[in-house]
Design a protein around this ligand. Structure first.
Ligand code: NAD
Length: 339
């Protein structure tokens, strides 16, 4: 397609994220339109497609990707369905924005990396949207100036009001800590080489058998430590905070001080209740950047290698949770396409 044309996007998975991305591409993003919506639940696909003029609904991803007006794919199905969707998109040489995780484990992520390498050029961006959040990008820019010196430690907190009923203890790592894994790699510019998961007494407000909260320690190849408090049934709000401790100072984001009120002898603000609220601007910037890059035939955001590395770290994290102790992360040598 030429740069003046609009990118036709097929959205695979029309659940919470997929439906929000359909709205975003349709109403917020420039240079793109949603031409197809795919969901194994045909009624859901129909309902979401009906919100966009001229958009078709499908239950079969292959039929959607074969349509003449589909130039790119946004994958928002559950993680276990990502590999098939990604391989189908690569087979057609279509640019993809894939919600995290790239795939749920390292072996399937490597199969996706292999397919992209066979293609010979990068086509995949992974939906690690924190890289587009205003506070995270400011923190990254500050660290990159070197003013604070070498980063030594990164403290992360990730709290949700209540986890979904199907959440398992390992999903706290694969679905939630996955974001801190990417943020750690990106902010520090290090790979993660070992994971330890500590298990405090679970909250009485967490469902029975769920290990919530967890305290995860990531060791990087640059000698830094990154710890993550993950607490998905904290009850009071959705909070994502990060503080980097460097040789000459610290920097901290996520305190939610955008609006502070003083009234009736008290001061305070509000706490976001979920990620669609806290990261709304980041998702908007992420999808716009993806569309702009896809129209130029480029990938500028986190790619398949970043998705693979995160999946490998999370896999080690799940082993650390289940078996105890420190688990080393096994990464293959970085292929030339991703250097
Ligand atoms: P969801 O359960 O609300 O929606 C998933 C949808 O995919 C459902 O409608 C389901 O019917 C459909 N589906 C299932 N298998 C499919 C398949 N093989 N092909 C097509 N459709 C299929 O889930 P969600 O919360 O929207 O999560 C979707 C993805 O987004 C997951 O990968 C999740 O990890 C990710 N996610 C990312 C963020 C973020 O902050 N970046 C936040 C939440 C979820």
């Amino acid at each position: 397609m030429s740069r003046s044309e609009t990118l036709g996007v097929a959205v695979i998975g029309a659940g919470r994220m997929g439906a929000d991305h359909v709205r975003r591409v349709d109403r917020v993003t420039s240079g793109a339109r949603v031409t197809a919506v795919v969901d194994v639940d045909g009624e859901r696909a129909e309902a979401v497609a009906a919100r966009v003029d001229g958009c078709t609904a499908h239950t079969d991803p292959a039929a959607a990707l074969a349509a003449a007006d589909v130039d790119a794919v946004l994958v928002a199905s559950p993680g276990p369905a990502h590999e098939a969707a990604l391989l189908a998109a690569l087979e057609r040489d279509l640019p993809v924005l894939c919600e995290k995780p790239l795939t749920p484990d390292a072996a399937s992520a490597l199969r996706v990396l292999d397919a992209e390498q066979r293609l010979g050029h990068r086509r995949i961006q992974v939906g690690f949207m924190r890289r587009y959040d205003a506070e995270y990008t400011r923190l990254k820019a500050l660290l990159d100036t070197g003013q604070l010196g070498r980063p030594l430690m990164l403290h992360n907190r990730h709290r949700n009001v209540a986890g979904p009923p199907f959440f398992t203890s390992s999903m706290l790592i694969t679905d939630s800590v996955a974001h801190e894994v990417d943020a750690t790699r990106w902010l520090l510019g290090h790979e993660i080489r070992a994971v330890t998961v500590l298990r405090p007494t679970p909250s009485a407000h967490a469902p029975d058998t769920l290990q919530d909260p967890q305290f995860v320690v990531l060791e990087t190849d640059g000698g830094a430590l990154s710890d993550v408090e993950i607490f998905v049934n904290c009850g009071f709000g959705y909070q994502v905070q990060a503080e980097v401790v460097c040789e000459r100072g610290t920097a901290r984001i996520g305190d939610g001080h955008a609006l502070v009120t003083h009234t009736a002898g008290r001061w305070g603000g509000t706490i976001a209740q979920d990620w669609t609220e806290r990261f709304a601007d980041a998702y908007d910037r992420e999808v716009q950047a993806w569309v702009d890059a896809a129209r130029r035939g480029e990938v500028t955001g986190p790619g398949a290698w970043d998705g693979y590395a995160a999946s490998a770290v999370c896999e080690a994290g799940v082993r650390a949770l289940e078996e105890g102790g420190r688990v080393e992360v096994e990464l293959v040598e970085k292929p030339a396409l991703y250097r």
